[in-house]
Design a protein around this ligand. Structure first.
Ligand SMILES: *Cc1c(COP(=O)(O)O)cnc(C)c1O
Length: 377
């Protein structure tokens, strides 16, 4: 919690849960990334939090933008980014949207199969493409599974086809899984990337870029390595696998750029028990849950730090749930959350580390409840 947010919340009078973003933290994070990885260009993953104020600040600082849709491309352009600083990084795109991105000047696209290469060759002729390879997401708290990327063995065929169809076979990308607490996992992916570079060179095609993806963590309850540790581990792996022919690199931080810049203020709506049995667990219901921004509590994957004004008091395990009428709107139950015994209906709670993947995951009007409001200071 920053002093600016504390001061802001002291004077806030509005009702309902609200995310407060401190832009000065985003600025510090951007600078930390550029210092820890001075040779990599930063493409902020817009989906983490597309607030115009965040995009404008990052644009001013010189960031590029990784966009997943035409909507995100337009948000980046509206924030002042030029098209040469925007990538269309989703491997799943409608051909119409590729054409729209091309019209707006975007020339950098992600692919992971030949069918997507064909769309880009038709709708965005001459553009640069990078091929995303699968990563198993080991050690990540929010792994990205098998949805994106092809096996490394397939990438040369995809890139060679791009070359044949008049595109620029630009490089390789991967994502090691979000909230990745182990800086060493980039090593395996970089070994694969280097072998794809070699394989392509044998086919007479020179690749030049490695997109290191996102995955940089933000602090929740557990400690995380500093961004410098990621910079060092990645730099060591690059040297180990590429020798002194280092490729151009880019990073796409989302969570690591904005996660710790935000705090949600919410309210306790109900504290209750399901029976008279003294051993029965206590339920605490907030006015925010899985459907209004805390979607990443799915499978209890992300465990947010929660502060109350009674944290000095004795704590007991509680099931923590949201306010909607859907029974999956329960955040922590398998592993109950310890909250003060004295917690009461009407108490405010602060949910830390909520700057990323909250507003964008908030539904509209489910049970007549509005989406998560956001205030940027
Ligand atoms: C979501 C996403 C990111 C950002 O991931 P974080 O773990 O939030 O840093 C980066 N690149 C791509 C392609 C993504 O889909």
């Amino acid at each position: 919690m920053t002093d600016r947010i504390r001061e802001f919340l002291r004077t806030r009078r509005d009702e309902g849960p609200c995310l407060v973003i401190d832009l000065s933290v985003v600025r510090d994070n951007y600078i930390a990334f550029t210092k820890a990885m001075p040779d990599s260009r930063v493409f902020y993953a817009v989906k983490a939090n597309p607030a115009p104020e965040i995009l404008e600040l990052l644009n001013t600082l010189g960031s590029c933008f990784d966009c997943a849709s035409i909507g995100e491309i337009e948000m980046a352009l509206a924030a002042g980014a030029t098209a040469d600083r925007i990538s269309f990084g989703n491997t799943i795109k409608k051909e119409r949207d590729i054409a729209r991105a091309y019209e707006r000047g975007v020339r950098l696209y992600a692919v992971d199969c030949e069918a997507e290469v064909e769309k880009i060759a038709r709708a965005a002729p001459g553009s640069k493409v990078f091929c995303r390879i699968l990563c198993d997401g080991a050690d990540a708290e929010w792994p990205l599974s098998r949805k994106f990327g092809c096996v490394p063995e397939m990438a040369p065929r995809v890139l060679e086809q791009a070359h044949r169809l008049g595109l620029v076979a630009h490089g390789v990308s991967f994502h090691v899984g979000s909230q990745q607490r182990n800086p060493l996992v980039w090593n395996t992916a970089l070994a694969s990337a280097a072998s794809i570079f070699r394989e392509m060179a044998e086919r007479g095609i020179t690749l030049s870029m490695v997109n290191l993806g996102g995955g940089f963590p933000t602090k929740y309850l557990k400690d995380i390595p500093a961004v410098q540790a990621y910079g060092r581990a990645i730099s060591d792996s690059l040297r180990a696998h590429f020798g002194n022919r280092l490729p151009e690199t880019i990073i796409e931080p989302g969570r690591g750029m904005v996660g710790n810049a935000g705090i949600i203020e919410a309210e306790v709506v109900l504290v209750s028990k399901k029976s008279d049995d003294p051993a029965d667990i206590r339920w605490v219901y907030l006015d925010i849950g899985k459907f209004h921004g805390l979607a990443e509590t799915m499978d209890e994957a992300i465990r947010y730090p929660i502060l109350t004004e009674r944290d000095g008091d004795e704590k007991i395990p509680c099931v923590l749930a949201g306010p909607t009428c859907d029974s999956v709107d329960v955040m922590y139950e398998k592993d109950p959350y310890w909250l003060p015994f004295s917690l009461e209906i009407g108490d405010k709670v602060l949910i830390e580390g909520t700057g990323a993947y909250t507003t964008t995951y908030s539904s509209q009007n489910f049970n007549g409840m509005s989406g998560l409001r956001q205030i940027v200071i």
